[in-house]
Design a protein around this ligand. Structure first.
Ligand SMILES: Cc1cc2nc3c(=O)[nH]c(=O)nc-3n(C[C@H](O)[C@H](O)[C@H](O)COP(=O)(O)O)c2cc1C
Ligand code: SF4
Ligand code: SF4
Length: 272
């Protein structure tokens, strides 16, 4: 099959999903001798319009795993705002060394429902955005080697096919419930209402305001978060002064549990 254009389309508040998605799309564009375009849907303005693709397009779609699924606030976008139009797609999820559970199955189901033909998929272990120590160096050399293998397998599959190839089987269940975060005591921890605090080190630069995918930080008072917070940590990671932090006890207990119980290396997996 001929590929005329390759896209990297991703939601990536803290940047790991972006790195994986653009790396794979760049490699696939090179292998087909096709141009590559970035469609970054992280910020609210970029999600105002839907996007339409067509046969001859290959779209690498990336999302982080949140509570074992796709971030729920992004689900309407993945389900309703994309028109696949017979384009081919690769589904990528990142996850923070605990587990991707059902996020990859959910992304594949969304893309199939949008009219894409999913030709490859992968779940890549990354630094957990809640933590400075959990899988801090990932994706690492081995993860990028797996990404290159996925790219080569997808390119071969497409080159050999006359018709869109069948979707790969991926683990998980798109309809499964969300993972319930646990704390150090093993009990469920609810921190849905937690919002980041701001320390006295803040210099008022506004970087956090510009990085929030929910547009939730007040530009006139960056210590105030009147909108919804999805705990993505974009503001925490982007702040040049390290001034944003979470102090919610339930959140901190969950983070400590992850750092205690999920030190082992979670494997990256890919499917064609
Ligand atoms: C609200 C939230 C929930 C998360 N849930 C999970 C999870 O269930 N399993 C896991 O391994 N990582 C989980 N993570 C970690 C992210 O999947 C991981 O850090 C991801 O690479 C972040 O992507 P980004 O850098 O593109 O924003 C979660 C992160 C957030 C913010
Ligand atoms: S990014 Fe950090 S220093 Fe800049 S306004 Fe936000 S909290 Fe303050
Ligand atoms: S305020 Fe919440 S949603 Fe906005 S960037 Fe910070 S952690 Fe993410």
């Amino acid at each position: 099959m001929e590929i005329k254009r390759v896209y990297a389309l991703y939601f990536s508040p803290a940047g790991k999903t972006r790195a994986l998605t653009t790396t794979l799309a760049t490699a696939l564009a090179e292998s087909f001798g096709a141009p590559m375009e970035v469609r970054d849907i992280t910020l609210p303005a970029a999600r105002e319009e839907g996007q339409t693709f067509t046969a001859g397009d290959l779209v690498v779609c990336g999302s982080p795993t949140y509570a074992g699924k796709l971030p729920n606030k992004l689900l309407p976008y993945w389900k309703e705002r994309l028109t696949g139009g017979g384009a081919l797609a690769v589904a990528l999820v990142s996850f923070g060394n605990r587990a991707f559970d059902n996020s990859l199955a959910e992304l594949c189901a969304c893309l199939g429902g949008d009219g894409f033909h999913v030709v490859g998929a992968g779940a890549f272990a990354c630094r957990h955005v809640f933590s400075d120590t959990l899988a801090a160096q990932r994706p690492d050399h081995d993860d990028y080697a797996a990404l290159a293998k996925l790219g080569a397998a997808v390119a071969t599959r497409i080159a050999k096919a006359n018709e869109p190839p069948a979707a790969p089987e991926v683990p998980g269940d798109a309809a499964a419930p969300y993972y319930v975060p646990k704390g150090l005591d093993g009990a469920p921890k609810v921190f849905l209402k937690a919002k980041p605090k701001t320390s006295a080190d803040c210099i008022g630069c506004g970087v956090c305001v510009a990085s929030c995918p929910m547009g939730s930080i007040d530009p006139a008072d960056v210590t105030s978060v009147p909108g919804l917070c999805i705990k993505c940590h974009a503001c925490v990671r982007a702040c040049p002064m390290g001034a944003k932090y979470f102090d919610d006890p339930a959140f901190l207990s969950h983070k400590a549990m992850l750092e205690r119980d999920f030190q082992r290396r979670a494997e990256t997996q890919w499917f064609v």
